[in-house]
Design a protein around this ligand. Structure first.
Ligand code: CA
Length: 238
């Protein structure tokens, strides 16, 4: 069978639900929205499937043969970072899940409208993607004494205020800041930033350091970030 979004990343949804008519209804709607869907009708089998990994979201019924939804939710929370949407016929169950603080991402009471369920599934997948995205890039900034270099956005801030850098100024500052407390000669810096085959002079480095200092130092004649090592070159102070 072909999916409407074939080729794009298809999120996999696991439905743990013992009422087959409900499970099939959920599955149909999810597949129409481009999701890959698996169904487990037994609690223990469902729990094993969820913990095994490979699914992006779980729709979990509370009343199940084998193991109940509360227990399964607890196990998933212990081992996996995926959204879990709890489904129950009883409002009391939802109060209980909340009360126990088991960490369900959402709750749906039967009977529910399939389109509402789909909307929630999409919202939680998007939220988790964002969380994962932001957690995956913690090293893209360098921060030293009020100076923040955002390598991803290629932006520089001093005490929260953005300073406008040219490409080479940015590259030079970033290179030095990534190798603090090491002395580089102007020749080494030139090679690293402009490349060996570049046409230019080592004096270019001096000019760029001067411009960088004007942007990030209170007093360019007494620099606190990029120090001049007389007769040798420059060193970034950690
Ligand atoms: Ca049930």
């Amino acid at each position: 069978m072909s999916h409407p979004w074939e080729g794009a990343h298809m999120s996999r949804i696991l439905i743990i639900e013992d009422e087959e008519s409900i499970a099939e209804l959920e599955k149909d709607y999810l597949e129409l929205s481009g999701f890959e869907v698996e169904i487990e009708t037994d609690g223990l089998a469902g729990q094993a499937r969820a913990l095994q990994g490979g699914c992006d979201l779980v729709i979990l019924d509370v009343m199940l043969p084998g193991a109940d939804g509360f227990e399964i939710l607890k196990q998933i929370r212990r081992e996996r970072e995926i959204p879990v949407v709890m489904v129950s016929a009883k409002k009391d169950d939802i109060d209980k899940i909340r009360g126990l603080g088991l960490g369900a991402d959402d709750y749906v009471t039967k009977p529910f409208s399939p389109s509402e369920l789909i909307a929630r599934v999409k919202a939680h997948l998007t939220r988790y993607d964002r969380l994962r995205g932001s957690a995956a890039a913690p090293n893209d900034e360098i921060e030293i004494r009020g100076l923040r270099i955002d390598k991803t956005a290629r932006r520089v801030y001093l005490n929260g205020e953005e300073k406008i850098f040219t490409t080479k100024e940015f590259d030079l500052l970033t290179f030095l800041a990534e190798h603090p407390n090491r002395v580089y000669t102007k020749g080494e810096l030139f090679k690293n930033i402009w490349g060996m085959d570049s046409v230019g002079e080592i004096a270019t480095v001096t000019v760029h350091v001067k411009k960088i200092r004007e942007k990030i130092e209170d007093d360019s004649s007494r620099p606190t970030y990029i120090e001049t090592i007389w007769g040798v070159g420059y060193r970034f102070k950690d």
